[in-house]
Design a protein. Structure first.
Length: 194
């Protein structure tokens, strides 16, 4: 489990920003872990703002929702730059489904951390082809803290790092859940990959 190095004091001059990235395949618990960290920040009376890309309407228009139905309120935004405008004077910024933003999100995360905020992002590190997803490689490089979580392979029960697409669709962005994707280990992913 990720142990926060510090939750940051309330004194503005003590505030040191940093970036945390939670990555892994679908169903690996990224959103649950993001919600866990954000809830702890709420308990510490930190000012928290949560964002997600507006295209992610899978479970809810507004909330960030996990596959296990845990949820937290969020603000859907069209562009990463909107986050800079909306973060205001908060202490902690949470971003889910960060892989869907364009590369500007790298500059946004860096600017927020330089401004003293704790930035926690969750996203898919690989797409359905096993290729790096959007801005994730850069975000993983600039983060102070990286947590890779694992799902359970639906074919063999091993740990899973891949998201196997069950349909024939080839476009990179295709929202879905259990009916269209399966968590797979490396062996089971490449055995069936087209
Ligand atoms: N193959 C799987 N491996 C692990 N958890 C799974 C799997 N399929 C469904 N789940 C459920 O998904 C939950 C994690 O959901 P979530 O945090 O939304 O994951 P992610 O954001 O990484 O897609 C688990 O607690 C579990 O209830
Ligand atoms: C692999 C892959 C996934 N997606 C979509 C499917 C879901 O809507 C999200 C991932 O959500 P999760 O919280 O990580 O389960 O991304 C996609 O558009 N393209 C892909 O290649
Ligand atoms: Zn497997």
């Amino acid at each position: 489990m990720f142990i926060e190095p510090s939750l940051g004091g309330k004194n503005p001059k003590d505030k040191k920003g940093h970036i945390e990235v939670i990555c892994g395949s679908m169903f690996s618990g990224k959103t649950e872990e993001l919600i866990r960290r954000l809830n702890r920040a709420f308990i510490a009376k930190q000012k928290v703002e949560i964002f997600k890309p507006a295209i992610d309407t899978r479970y809810h228009e507004q909330n960030v929702v996990s596959h296990n139905d845990t949820a937290i309120r969020s603000t859907p935004v069209q562009f990463a730059s909107d986050i800079l405008l909306l973060a205001g004077d908060c202490d902690v910024v949470g971003i889910d489904e960060v892989q869907f933003f364009d590369h500007q999100v790298v500059h946004v995360a860096n600017a927020l951390a330089i401004a003293g905020k704790r930035v926690i992002m969750a996203g898919l590190d690989m797409d359905f082809e096993g290729k790096p997803f959007g801005p994730m490689p850069q975000l993983l490089s600039i983060a102070e803290y990286v947590t890779k979580v694992h799902a359970i392979c639906m074919k063999c029960g091993e740990l899973a790092s891949y998201s196997f697409r069950l349909s024939e669709d080839r476009e990179k962005v295709m929202l879905g859940e259990k009916n269209t994707y399966e968590a797979r280990c490396r062996k089971c992913f490449y055995e069936d990959k087209k």
